[in-house]
Design a protein around this ligand. Structure first.
Ligand code: ZN
Ligand code: ZN
Length: 419
């Protein structure tokens, strides 16, 4: 091969610096010399120089990589061993090289130029990646790999960064008293105290944990985080077709799941407290999607009145509420965790399901984000209008169920995005 004078002149100056391995020499010319890899490139250059009578050292320790490439096979084996322990389809290899190596490379570039070169990191990552891909029959993915293996040369270990797994579905909450997500103990803030029996939790279980626990067991993941399309009160049930959610499993070591079986496992574990349905694997952007979902809600509410109410008066009041836009200041009970502001939400329809002078059951269809308990009680005039003021009799919610959380199309979105 006839090499350019400029290339050979530069190569000659580089090898005078001290022994340099074929790969490190070849890498400096990766865009100007055609070859299978940098090793072959380096050899071509060295041969050409020898032909011209230049003395080329045969051995020593490479002053750039400190003979790192001699250990490449060892690292490939190590990455392979780590990878065999987990389930994945796509991967990427990254590396942390000792600072001496990177500094030597910088020095070389400063002195002789970097315009034909690629970086040592790039070569290391690519070479290991290529071997692993053929060894394990897996694909390299630069944008969203299931797992990234970081070869940490100084520590002598391979660190795995496993991408979270996201599952979407719908849940029903069939009993009262369970929060949607795990709730740290108010007293100890989760550290554990006598009050919470050292659990660190305000409530023994949550929808998040009831879904998350079987999931963590099956995926061997580290943590499960539930994102719901809104949330119901702790004392409210979530019925009907359920509420859309996405659950994130952090660092899952298993990701090829039988979702039907998983659904059964979760429902068995939850013992009728909650139920899940329609589990589907989704991508990260669904978390945002679900947080932004605003669907009309339908509630069934059991209400009690402080004194007797006539059927007619109640009917009149409910008629007035149907179709009204409610001005609602953030309820007193949530001001400690929600910004204090006034929101406007529409009540579409209030129907009377049953009635008995001091008690009634209502069905309320309204816009997402309306606080229903306050629509009934008035929250000391913070919600206007409200049922109590329309009746001139204080009323309060005894029981609340969400019977339709909307978002049934959610399932369709998941299905079509999967394809
Ligand atoms: Zn080298
Ligand atoms: Zn506590």
């Amino acid at each position: 091969m006839n090499l350019d004078e400029e290339v050979l002149a530069r190569a000659e100056r580089i090898i005078r610096e001290g022994y340099i391995c074929d790969r490190c020499l070849g890498r400096q010319f990766s865009t100007v010399i055609e070859a299978k890899n940098n090793k072959q490139r380096g050899k071509i250059i060295k041969d050409a120089l020898r032909e011209r009578g230049v003395e080329v050292r045969e051995d020593g320790t490479c002053w750039i990589c400190l003979d790192f490439f001699e250990e490449l096979d060892k690292w490939i084996k190590k990455v392979g061993e780590e990878f065999r322990e987990i389930e994945f389809s796509t991967f990427l290899v990254g590396s942390r090289l000792p600072p001496e190596i990177l500094e030597s490379e910088e020095l070389l570039w400063e002195k002789y130029g970097a315009e034909w070169s690629e970086s040592i990191k790039l070569e290391v990552n690519r070479e290991i990646g290529r071997e692993i891909a053929s060894l394990l029959k897996k694909k390299v993915d630069f944008s969203r790999p299931d797992v990234v293996a970081i070869v940490d040369v100084e520590k002598g270990e391979v660190e795995l960064q496993i991408r979270s797994l996201y599952l979407g579905g719908r849940y029903r909450k069939l009993i009262r008293g369970i929060p949607q997500t795990h709730w740290p103990c108010g007293k100890c803030k989760g550290r554990g105290c006598e009050e919470c029996e050292w659990s660190g939790k305000q409530y023994k279980e949550s929808v998040e944990e009831l879904i998350g626990e079987p999931l963590l067991k099956l995926t061997e993941g580290k943590k499960a985080i539930l994102h719901g399309a809104g949330r119901e009160d702790i004392d409210a049930r979530m019925l009907g077709s359920g509420r859309p959610f996405v659950i994130e499993i952090k660092e899952p070591r298993r990701r090829f799941l039988d979702l039907k079986k998983l659904e059964e496992e979760i429902n068995k574990f939850a013992e009728g407290k909650i139920e899940v349905e329609g589990l589907t694997q989704v991508s990260l952007d669904f978390v945002q999607l679900i947080k932004e979902m605003r669907h009309d809600k339908t509630y069934r509410v059991r209400v009690s009145f402080e004194s007797e109410v006539s059927h007619e008066k109640l009917r009149e009041a409910l008629e007035k509420l149907s179709g009204v836009v409610v001005k609602q200041r953030t309820p007193k009970r949530v001001t400690h965790r929600r910004a204090d502001k006034i929101r406007e939400r529409k009540v579409y329809k209030v129907s009377l399901l049953s009635f008995d002078t001091r008690e009634a059951t209502l069905e309320i269809k309204c816009e997402s984000g309306l606080y229903v308990k306050e629509l009934i009680s008035g929250d000391d005039g913070r919600t206007v209008p409200n049922l109590s003021s329309l009746l001139s009799i204080p009323a309060k919610v005894l029981e609340l169920d969400v019977i339709d959380a909307g978002g049934l199309k959610w399932q369709n979105i998941m299905e079509c995005r999967k394809r």
